[in-house]
Ligand binder design. Structure first.
Ligand code: NAD
Length: 252
């Protein structure tokens, strides 16, 4: 087992990739905080983990709200004593809205969940990590965080910001035993993934997504394996970088 007795907080863990990551981490021996907006679904994930002999608790946390992030980290510490792994996975799409159609409201909402949430959660765990001189952060970014053509303007900008933040944190804390990496998934079969591949009426940005050759859509469990690598000592020399997992979608 690769994560024996590690305490992992996974945001957006009631569905999709977050659920798959929580389940795999628990199967590898971690105690997992399953954080999500949706308590009932998060609790179902916990019940599934417990049914396989794993340890997990569900926490309601909207990563766009600072007090919820504080509560999420406090709960992990109260329940399991510390945090060893933070997975900033919760995210929302922007419906492929191009820049000219953007509202401030959509921009702010996409940034609040996809970018400010990971920043605040990182800010909360860093003192814990610094004190024990160890800790791992895994940010679920996107192919949209590396390329300008996979989503709308807000999501693209928000995920690019996550990638930049990941590199900065990885570098800044490299000598403190802390690692911070990101995953850039391609199209993955989840609730969000459906909206990414759906036909659209917005022209350029949505149409371009469809035009580009996507070898295949991935499964959430394929991303979870990358997240396991990045959380475990198998990636001890990997820091401040982005691992693309997309079957070659962005390889050209
Ligand atoms: P999903 O919709 O299946 O799961 C997202 C989960 O996050 C849901 O359980 C939802 O309730 C939760 N969530 C949403 N807003 C939240 C908030 N404010 N606070 C807490 N939880 C919240 O989607 P997914 O595809 O598994 O997405 C996971 C991550 O992967 C996201 O960051 C997404 O941007 C990224 N991503 C997805 C794809 C894809 O094709 N599916 C590709 C690249 C990146």
């Amino acid at each position: 087992m690769k994560l024996t007795d590690k305490v992992a907080v996974v945001t957006g863990a009631a569905s999709g990739m977050g659920k798959a990551i929580a389940e795999l981490y628990a199967a590898e021996g971690a105690k997992v905080v399953v954080a999500d907006l949706r308590l009932e679904s998060a609790q179902e994930v916990v019940t599934g983990i417990e049914g396989k002999g794993g340890q997990a608790i569900a926490v309601v946390a909207n990563v766009a709200i600072e007090a919820d992030i504080q509560h999420m980290i406090d709960t992990a510490v109260e329940q399991y004593g510390t945090v060893d792994i933070l997975v900033n996975n919760a995210g929302i799409m922007d419906n492929f809205v191009p820049a000219g159609e953007l509202t401030d409201e959509l921009w702010d909402r996409v940034f609040a969940v996809n970018t400010t949430g990971p920043m605040r959660a990182t800010r909360k765990v860093l003192p814990i990590f610094l004190e024990k001189k160890s800790g791992v952060i895994v940010n679920v970014a996107s192919a949209g965080g590396l390329y300008g053509s996979r989503a709308g303007a807000a999501y693209t900008a928000a995920k690019h910001a996550v990638v930049g933040f990941t590199k900065n944190v990885g570098f800044q804390y490299a000598t403190s035993g802390i690692r911070c990496n990101a995953i850039a998934p391609g199209g993955v079969a989840t609730n969000i993934g459906t909206s990414m591949t759906a036909p659209n009426e917005f022209g350029m940005s949505r149409a371009m997504v469809g035009m580009q050759v996507n070898p295949r859509v991935g499964g959430p469990e394929e991303i979870a394996k990358v997240a396991l690598f990045l959380a475990s000592d198998d990636s001890s020399f990997v820091n401040g970088t982005v691992v693309t997992a997309d079957a070659g979608w962005t390889a050209y």
